[in-house]
Design a protein around this ligand. Structure first.
Ligand SMILES: NC(=O)c1ccc[n+]([C@@H]2O[C@H](COP(=O)([O-])OP(=O)(O)OC[C@H]3O[C@@H](n4cnc5c(N)ncnc54)[C@H](O)[C@@H]3O)[C@@H](O)[C@H]2O)c1
Length: 256
């Protein structure tokens, strides 16, 4: 197994933690970069308990100074996985608090942009590698989350742009678009009555919510040599939701 380092933003929880554990199991040295030191340390503990190598670094993806400081501290890396992000509840455009709007864009889009910009060249100089951004089905179809959905659409666009930009320097850039993933963040919203799992499941052909591990498998594939000629794609990992949501909306056909 060749030595390689993967840096995972948002690795303290949810999809980021599952991705950190999956890449560690494949032999990568992991840098867990997050605002949340307790969660990040717990991810490191779990990786080490499984025999892997990891360390935690503080990072605020929305803060350029914090991103720049970590590029120096982290050293060369092969893979960057941009999992840091914040969810949002349903709202109308005219009712949405502008401070929340700006924060969603600052973390989800600008945070991804800052990290890709900071580490793209570092990955190229270290011999090439891979960036995987976490988009969403909400970046493929519009949801009533007026900053979140557009920010994920922009991440999908940025992924294509960077694939063309960095491909000649040996850096592949892809995204995954998760469906509804049962992470701590989503569970908290289900518990608060802000999400209805029966609707999510009934619109998903494969009939269940995603687990963080389902998304981590896709990220692992995109970072692996098996994906050596794949760049610029947005891979849905949604149990078929993108196909099902329009199919099931057509009246007159009952789902089994
Ligand atoms: N859960 C879902 O259903 C779902 C679906 C599609 C896409 N996503 C996306 O997956 C990503 C991870 O979501 P999750 O469900 O695992 O959420 P989560 O809350 O479990 O994990 C997000 C992590 O990002 C960290 N974070 C937040 N702001 C940060 C910042 N400014 N700097 C550094 N770290 C920061 C948090 O501390 C947390 O550890 C997000 O981009 C989210 O939009 C989630």
């Amino acid at each position: 197994m060749p030595h390689r380092t993967s840096l995972i933003t948002g690795g303290a929880s949810g999809i980021g933690r599952a991705t950190a554990l999956r890449l560690a199991a494949a032999g990568d040295t992991i840098i867990v970069a997050d605002l949340n030191a307790d969660g990040g340390t717990e991810t490191v503990r779990r990786i080490e308990a499984a025999g892997g190598t990891a360390r935690f670094e503080h990072l605020d993806v929305a803060d350029e100074t914090s991103v720049t400081a970590l590029t120096t501290k982290a050293g060369p890396i092969r893979n960057l996985i941009n999992c840091a992000g914040i969810l949002q509840n349903a709202n109308r455009v005219e009712d949405m608090d502008l401070a929340e709007h700006d924060r969603v864009w600052a973390v989800n889009y600008r945070g991804t942009y800052l990290c890709c910009r900071a580490w793209g060249g570092i990955i190229a100089e270290a011999g090439g590698g891979s960036i995987v951004n976490i988009g969403s089905i909400a970046g493929k179809r519009m949801f009533p989350v007026p900053a979140y959905s557009p920010s994920k659409m922009a991440i999908h666009g940025l992924t294509e742009e960077l694939a063309a930009d960095l491909g000649p320097r040996g850096v592949r850039v892809n995204a995954v678009a998760p469906g509804f993933v049962l992470t701590e963040a989503l569970q908290a919203r289900i518990d608060a009555g802000e999400r209805d799992t029966s609707i999510m499941e009934s619109q998903t052909p494969l009939g269940r919510l995603m687990r963080p591990e389902d998304i981590a498998e896709g990220v692992h594939f995109l970072c692996s040599d098996a994906a050596a000629m794949i760049t610029g794609i947005v891979l849905p990992i949604d149990g078929g939701w993108l196909a099902g949501v329009t199919y099931y909306s057509y009246a007159g056909l009952k789902k089994n």
